[in-house]
Design a protein around this ligand. Sequence first.
Ligand SMILES: Cc1cc2nc3c(=O)[nH]c(=O)nc-3n(C[C@H](O)[C@H](O)[C@H](O)COP(=O)(O)OP(=O)(O)OC[C@H]3O[C@@H](n4cnc5c(N)ncnc54)[C@H](O)[C@@H]3O)c2cc1C
Length: 450
Amino acid sequence: MEVDAFFSQPKNTDEILNCVRNAKINNLQICPFGAPIASSNVATITKQIILDLTKLDNIIEFDWNKSEIVVQPGTRISTILRLVLPLNLTLTSITGFMKNTVVGNISNDVNGKDSWKYGNFSENVISMKVILSSGEEREISRENDPHLFNAICGGLGLLVIIKEIKLKLKPIASYYVDASTRKCVNLEEQLNYFEAITEEKSDFAHSWIDPFTSSNQFGRGLFLEARYSEIKHESNRKEVQKFLTPRTHILGIRNDTFWKITRQLYYFPVHYLATRAKYHKPIISPNRRMPLTKFQSPLNDKFPNWYRIYLPKGFREFQFLFPVNIFPEAFNALLLFCRKNGIAPIVSGIRKHKKQDTLLSFHGDGYSLLLNFGLSNFSDEKIKWLHEHLVEICLKYNGKIYLGKFPFISPDAFKELFPRHSEFIEIKKQLDPENMFWSDAASSFLKGLV
Ligand SMILES: Cc1cc2nc3c(=O)[nH]c(=O)nc-3n(C[C@H](O)[C@H](O)[C@H](O)COP(=O)(O)OP(=O)(O)OC[C@H]3O[C@@H](n4cnc5c(N)ncnc54)[C@H](O)[C@@H]3O)c2cc1C
């Protein structure tokens, strides 16, 4: 996503405060970004200051005995895992993208394949040092200020700038997982598997769905489950390093060139055949022991930067969450809508979630459906129309939208989809009355509300 903006790239955390002071003097707004991997405009701001934290990718302190780590805001998940995985420690609820930053994961409160058990990423956070728009610095934890903590996690960088984070790490027996894949003929079978998982026996569970089935087979796909292996594994730093280093070549061709060629060839029949093959011969989702990193993102592992297939126009990604009893009906309505409108996702799947206290993050007792689609085949009007109708379906079935992935909603829809919006708005008015912390996304969904 390209925007015309001022760029500030601090080399240490003190320079973040300088940026806040300069913004105040010059009456400018700030939008911080981490990686930025978000497929939306939550980390951009036009004609104002983009605070690029990519240089702040350092571990400040690591306490092995307490399983705690203190990091700078732009620290990549891969930077942490490189250090801690060989020591049989990990983070929970990470995504398939190891390049994500810790702040990005907190501000979007990302969900993973294990969020049904451990909650979203914010559950890893012990405390955060933050900078307010006034320049004041505070240390926030769940204990000393639960309300603000729950607003910042999932708050899309609109309340404070996070400058340092203390995380707790989860001890594991091995950085390998024992994974299993089961074919499901329809949604009912998928949900039966989800209902049968238990916290004692599983750590990860998610499903992939085939978008090309007839309506009586909607939900057909693969159910994938895994648990941290209990078989002791000789920790090997070199091996972890290898797992966390993305391939530079795919099928012997340089990554960039591979996607340039594939983009020209990946027409509907190819996508259809690849999907069929994935269901009938699930070679990238097998039943075996595998490194955690591979289970987290089998697609990215085999085909790094797969989303480049959607260039130059990019893609839209939605994740909709519905209560358990409503999910099957909402799922059918969404899939029918996609079928009628030529949306054939490359990645689509179901995840199970858990309720938390955070104000805007994507959580609740229910299931989510993930859908994405390339924008190249659609005109701008059609994209707008698709957005409106997908949001309408979500509202009709009492659902929730993952705001970080899809912030293209009106203030009215925001109010309806996020029942705790008024608490968030109240905190925003108190902490940042001049809207110094802002983004292009906020200009639409918060318009007129703050
Ligand atoms: C292909 C793909 C797959 C994905 N899979 C998943 C998934 O499985 N689960 C999931 O939950 N998400 C997923 N996402 C979304 C992605 O993980 C999130 O958008 C994540 O936040 C990106 O991290 P980042 O470091 O790039 O953050 P950025 O995009 O840089 O920023 C995210 C937010 O954090 C804010 N922010 C940045 N720095 C600070 C700071 N210092 N203080 C306060 N706020 C700050 C930004 O303003 C922005 O609002 C996926 C995205 C893509 C493109």
